[in-house]
Ligand binder design. Structure first.
Ligand code: ATP
Length: 245
């Protein structure tokens, strides 16, 4: 569904993606893990059209998208939830969700999509009239997810959704990512919390200084000695980080 082939991208003269190739198939959760500064966010920026690749091709749903504008890419159903959530604090939860539906042209459709988001995220319905700025960090993350869902994406890209959240909220956010997948949305997840991401993902890629250095199923990489040593550390065996499986 999404395919990157030998993509090179740079900020001015600093090359940050050094010819990466990866693939996300329909219905999968695929994660990209790696250390700070490896180029994970840059990969998402390049796919969503915020950065134009210098070389290589990006294909989404059979179309070449490298060089297209971010708006045109969103309109194809490829939607990114940015790092840091970015809800509109002065708007209510429900108005934040409505803003997400700007691509949905029919009122009736908007109502059914909103009902579907509330069904998937009951916590948002309970707080529909509350100002988004007064939600907890985790609730704001769920709202950012709900807003993305309002645009009825085919593929959702998530940048560090667990960042700065308490463990219980992290578990809820991870469960919500499964909710997306179960409702037919393909997910491309960038995470620094490799332990969680690999347990959630069907397949995964490891990124180091602008290169993809490893790939495999989530389970394979969880068991890989190099991944354990570099990215999992003691966390791999820490108790209490249940995803509710
Ligand atoms: P993190 O987990 O810390 O967000 P990351 O893997 O997402 O890391 P990127 O944000 O993609 O890493 O950064 C990759 C490299 O690109 C880093 O060396 C970073 O300093 C550089 N970089 C990122 N954004 C810019 C920018 N706007 N201008 C110049 N260099 C940038």
């Amino acid at each position: 569904m999404l395919k990157l082939d030998r993509v090179v991208a740079a900020y001015d003269d600093v090359v940050c993606l050094r010819g990466i190739s990866l693939e996300v198939r329909r219905g999968e959760i695929v994660t990209l893990i790696g250390a700070n500064g490896a180029g994970k966010s840059t990969t998402l920026k390049t796919v969503s059209g915020l950065l134009t690749p210098r070389e290589g091709t990006i294909e989404f749903d059979g179309r070449a998208i490298a060089g297209r504008s971010p708006d045109a890419i969103v309109a194809l159903g490829l939607v990114q939830v940015p790092e840091g959530r970015r809800v509109f604090p002065e708007l209510s939860v429900e108005d934040n969700l409505r803003v997400g539906a700007y691509l949905v042209d029919k009122r009736a459709k908007l109502r059914t999509t909103l009902a579907e988001v509330y069904r998937r995220f009951p916590r948002l319905e309970e707080r529909r009239a509350q100002f988004a700025g007064t939600l907890s960090g985790g609730e704001q993350q769920l709202l950012a997810f709900g807003r993305a869902m309002m645009s009825q994406p085919k593929l959702l890209m998530l940048d560090e959704p667990s960042l700065g959240l308490a463990p219980l909220m992290v578990a809820e956010v991870m469960r919500s990512i499964r909710v997306f997948r179960d409702s037919g949305v393909t997910v491309f997840l960038v995470e620094q919390n490799a332990n969680l991401a690999l347990r959630l993902a069907d397949r995964a890629y490891v990124m180091e200084t602008g290169n993809i250095t490893m790939s495999g199923s989530g389970a394979q990489l969880l068991a890989d000695e190099r991944v354990r040593a570099s990215y999992l550390g003691a966390k791999a065996t820490s108790p209490g980080e249940s995803l509710g499986r």
